[in-house]
Design a protein around this ligand. Structure first.
Ligand code: HEC
Length: 150
């Protein structure tokens, strides 16, 4: 029997057409393994927002600060600019996630701190104090995306 099996193996290709499914199965396995490994790490590339050096600006980037800043934005900005990744509610106000592409973070921090009026005449003047300004920026930095090409 054994010599016959070896002979069959040696002529396997010629016999393949007549093989039972059980002998075909091992052939397909090595084909599928590389396929499973191929689509490895392909994270949907979120459009990269403006590069903001939070450390240089002295902006805290911990979760609690970002959450505090988001709270400020909910009450003071979202009515016009939307929130997070949402569209703005006013067509003439840029969505918050693009705001630091329109207006650099360093200028925004300085101007808000100095009480300089930023933006539209409808946009209220804000006085957040340094801490409020910092966390508002933490939040804004955390949600930035690149604006769509015009
Ligand atoms: C009452 C509506 C309203 C509110 C509330 C509001 N904004 Fe605006 N903001 C606008 C409008 C409208 C513009 C567009 C101004 C323009 O293009 O001339 C604007 C523009 C801006 C700009 C860009 C300024 C520029 O010169 O291009 C920044 C930055 C900004 N807003 C930040 C904020 C932040 C941060 C908050 C919350 C703290 C806020 N805004 C709240 C209406 C508002």
């Amino acid at each position: 029997m054994r010599p016959l099996l070896f002979a069959l193996a040696a002529t396997g290709l010629a016999l393949a057409a007549g093989c039972t499914p059980a002998t075909e199965a091992p052939v397909s396995v090595p084909v599928e393994v590389p396929d499973a490994a191929a689509p490895a790490p392909a994270p949907a590339p979120a459009p990269a927002g403006p590069v903001i050096d939070a450390a240089a600006l002295g902006i805290p980037m911990d979760e609690a600060s970002i959450a505090d800043g988001r709270e400020i934005a909910v009450h003071n900005c979202s009515n016009c600019h939307g929130l997070d990744q949402a569209a703005s509610l006013r067509a003439d106000a840029p969505p918050l996630r693009y705001i630091l592409s329109v207006y650099p973070a360093a200028s925004l921090a300085e101007d808000f701190r100095a009480g300089i009026h930023v933006g539209h005449e409808d946009m209220p003047g804000f006085v957040f104090g340094d801490l409020g300004m910092d966390v508002l920026l933490s939040y804004l930095v955390s949600i930035q995306e690149a604006p769509p090409p015009e």
